[in-house]
Design a protein around this ligand. Structure first.
Ligand code: TYC
Length: 102
């Protein structure tokens, strides 16, 4: 049987093909009906963003149509989107939240 040292010399060199997992931006979209205070509340509750930054993001979405809440691995981004949409629907608001690879 080959010793550890002998077998190591028999291995073919393997090129590193492992990529880091892709990250996803979670986006909020503007609409004409969701109250501004509700959007700020969502940003604080689900993304741990402070009042000042949450207000900035909300106003960016309000004026430009879309804004980034955060960047996460795929499963976390997808859970955040689901939580935000569920919460908005529970409160009868049409707020839209989506994700895209960053
Ligand atoms: N445009 C909404 C209003 O005037 C506010 C709003 C901001 C809604 C951001 C959605 O993602 C949003 N009440």
């Amino acid at each position: 049987m080959a010793t550890k040292r002998e077998s190591a010399t028999l291995l073919e060199p393997v090129s590193a093909k492992v990529k880091p997992p892709p990250l996803y931006k979670v986006l909020l979209l503007n609409d004409d009906y969701t109250p501004m205070e509700f959007v700020v509340h969502v940003l604080k509750k689900f993304f741990a963003i402070d009042e000042e930054r949450a207000t900035q993001i909300m106003l960016k979405v309000h004026t430009e149509g879309v804004g980034v809440c955060g960047v996460f691995p795929k499963d976390i981004a997808s859970t955040k989107v689901e939580q935000v949409v569920d919460f908005a629907r529970q409160h009868q608001h049409p707020l839209q939240c989506t994700m895209e690879e960053s």
